[in-house]
Design a protein around this ligand. Structure first.
Ligand SMILES: Cc1cc2nc3c(=O)[nH]c(=O)nc-3n(C[C@H](O)[C@H](O)[C@H](O)COP(=O)(O)OP(=O)(O)OC[C@H]3O[C@@H](n4cnc5c(N)ncnc54)[C@H](O)[C@@H]3O)c2cc1C
Length: 380
């Protein structure tokens, strides 16, 4: 676990080249315009990264490796958190499809996912955030079909050029909480499925977040994924992997902030010398390195456990919580090292500071991660 394999190193080098080249060059524009970074996704698909873990028989790269996935997301996030988020959510939707999908579902959606048509994940509703059991979206049986009505909020990858298919949780048996929910595979070609309000966000501005509206969406029984009554369970099982993805994203942001801090502190002259000649600044850099490495080790542990097929819910929650905090500390220190210039949009750290804030919120807030960890400690 402490040394990457040759294959993992090759993925790191491949993604690093793209992330430090074109993705980095596009990052400021994407933040300013809020436009979907299609060119980045196309580059990552050409390089086999969007489809990294999808089996070759479905057109993917066939690299069954959670650590490689973490490496890819971290390298992208090092220069563009928006692009990392898009890929990460795609990995989450694809992972659930690969683990829980029927052969028919895989045959239909995996080749599309491998070709760069993005997957999404639709669990959150206005009244069901941290408490996922509060779902109101309703799926009612009608012959051999289900008719779904409801609205999801804050759904990533839903813009017009973006998501193709979504894992969507709905209530099939009201009144019994999470056990009355079922996950369905819905796709944007289905009549009645539409994108509502597109949110105007503080950060990760190139990664869209919108309302997913379902009005009399008719789906066949074969759209059920993970079994009837297992909706929230299927989503939470997926979120173990998703949280490792967000942790990887957070590590990338932390290392990216350190990159910027090292660069700027060597260039900025005050009192006749670079500011990094001061021990105070050097200690900030050391603190950032420690935070980022601790977060990365927690993330790799969780990824290794998931890869081995072992339980990793607590380890994923620990990694997500602590990596998000590490990213927050690193962007804050890096901005401090930039002084007043760090507060201006001329330097990437201003964007990174805004991008980092979401890491403590989505795919379960830091408080939610602490709930997962403490419940396991107390065996509740
Ligand atoms: C940019 C973005 C992208 C997103 N993408 C997706 C997506 O693709 N798919 C999807 O399904 N969702 C997505 N989400 C939703 C995200 O996962 C939720 O916002 C998150 O889970 C928190 O839910 P909430 O916003 O309703 O907050 P709430 O649950 O209302 O929480 C508000 C505050 O109360 C705290 N809190 C709640 N309950 C407790 C408790 N029991 N004990 C202590 N504190 C508590 C929370 O930690 C938080 O600080 C996205 C959100 C954002 C902002």
């Amino acid at each position: 676990m402490f040394e990457f394999t040759q294959e993992q190193l090759a993925i790191q080098e491949l993604v690093r080249d793209i992330a430090q080249g074109p993705i980095k060059a596009n990052a400021e524009r994407i933040d300013k315009t809020g436009a979907f970074p299609k060119e980045n996704i196309d580059l990552l698909t050409e390089a086999g990264i969007t489809q990294l873990t999808i089996p070759e028989e479905f057109g993917g790269t066939g690299m069954d490796d959670e650590i490689a996935k973490a490496i890819a997301v971290a390298e992208i996030a090092r220069t563009c958190a928006s692009t990392a988020e898009i890929i990460d959510v795609h990995y989450l939707g694809t992972d659930i499809l690969m683990r829980r999908g029927t052969e028919e579902q895989k045959a239909k959606y995996l080749p599309e996912a491998a070709a760069g048509k993005l997957a999404g994940f639709a669990l959150t509703e206005p009244g069901a955030g941290t408490d996922a059991s509060g779902q109101k979206t309703r799926a009612v049986k009608d012959g051999s079909d289900y008719i779904i009505n409801g609205a999801k909020c804050f759904i990533s990858n839903l813009g017009p050029e973006e998501g193709n298919h979504f894992i969507c949780v709905a209530v099939t048996e009201p009144g019994i909480g999470a056990k009355g929910t079922t996950a369905f595979l819905v796709d944007r070609s289905m009549p009645g499925l539409s994108c509502g309000k597109v949110e105007d966000k503080m950060g990760i501005r190139g990664a869209s977040v919108s309302e997913l509206i379902l009005e009399d969406v008719r789906v066949p029984e074969t759209a059920i994924i993970g079994g009837i009554g297992n909706g929230v369970r299927t989503a939470l099982e997926g979120l173990d992997g998703g949280r490792i993805g967000i942790a990887s994203q957070a590590c990338g942001v932390a290392y990216g902030a350190l990159d910027e801090a090292i660069k700027y502190s060597g260039e900025r002259i005050q009192f006749g010398k670079p500011i990094n000649a001061n021990q105070g600044i050097q200690w900030y850099l050391a603190e950032m390195k420690a935070q980022a490495d601790m977060a990365w080790l927690l993330t790799l542990r969780a990824a290794a456990l998931r890869q081995a097929g072992k339980p990793c819910t607590v380890e994923a929650a620990l990694a997500k919580w602590k990596a998000a905090e590490a990213a927050g500390t690193c962007v804050d220190l890096a901005l401090q090292i930039h002084g007043g210039y760090g507060y201006m949009k001329d330097y990437p750290i201003e964007r990174m500071y805004r991008d980092a804030r979401i890491l403590r919120i989505y795919e379960g807030t830091s408080e939610a991660q602490k709930m997962v960890i403490s419940r396991a400690l107390l065996k509740k």
